[in-house]
Write a protein that binds this ligand. Structure first.
Ligand code: GLN
Length: 245
């Protein structure tokens, strides 16, 4: 943590904030504050410069048109790339996952250049993946099933530099671009360096406190004491049940 207050950036919520994804920052702030760690949310709008020195970054999902606007902004402003190069944790959801890749093609087939900080590419799947998504986590530090809601047309392929976040138990996850050979085991998300990206909305951190705490631990460098938030266990049970997981 750079200062005494943990700074949590929410980038371009005007265009990247579907399904309450901006709530991820609220969860991070709240879980920090309840442990006595001072935290603040820094909203970075479309017309603001992206600060490279925040402690933690959160990027949400977006529809195709909004997503292209966000991609253009992120290509023009090097702040986020510098922050990731410096190892600052970044959570990216759905459209943002796609934008952080080398490129993506939207529903109309238009190819949009991404940031290339995730070794992934995205093409339309041919049909939208909509519904509950549940996965078994594949990264160190996570032991509990992940639960979220997905709604995306894109299917994402991982290159060798990117690792999946989870193995799909229910739902689609990264899916398969139309015409590509389906992978033997369905996976969700992409993890590379300090980036954790997933197709899960929810907001994902409200549903998966373990993931929120992993990001907080990385951002603060602290070992965090367990935190019991009433209702979260019931929410998880209900949503994982709804997914049939
Ligand atoms: N527009 C992208 C897609 O449909 C991402 C959607 C989202 O962020 N929910 O694939």
């Amino acid at each position: 943590m750079s200062e005494s207050t943990l700074s949590i950036g929410v980038l371009m919520p005007e265009v990247l904030g579907t399904y309450g994804d901006t709530g991820n920052a609220i969860v991070l702030k709240e879980r920090a504050c309840r442990r006595g760690i001072q935290a603040e949310i820094v909203q970075v709008g479309l017309n603001d410069a992206i600060p490279e020195g925040l402690d933690l970054y959160s990027l949400g999902g977006g529809e195709d048109t909004a997503q292209a606007v966000a991609a253009q902004k992120l290509r023009a402003d090097s702040g986020l790339v510098k922050a990731v190069e410096a190892g600052r944790p970044l959570l990216a959801i759905c459209a943002s996952l796609q934008v952080l890749g080398h490129w993506y093609r939207d529903a109309t087939g238009q190819r949009v250049e991404g940031l290339g900080i995730l070794d992934i590419t995205t093409d339309p799947q041919g049909q939208r993946a909509i519904g509950e998504l549940a996965t078994e986590p594949l990264i160190k530090g996570l032991t509990q099933p992940l639960t979220g809601f997905e709604n995306h047309g894109g299917g994402t392929l991982l290159g060798p530099e990117a690792q999946p976040l989870g193995r799909v138990i229910a739902g689609v996850g990264n899916g398969t671009p139309k015409g590509a050979t389906p992978v033997a085991q369905a996976i969700d998300g992409a993890v590379q360096g300090s980036i954790i990206a997933t197709y899960m909305h929810g907001p994902v951190l409200a549903r998966n406190p373990e993931l929120a705490d992993l990001l907080l631990a990385r951002a603060t460098g602290m070992e965090l004491a367990p935190l019991n938030v009433p209702g979260v266990a019931e929410l998880r049970e209900e949503r994982l049940g709804a997914a049939g997981a």
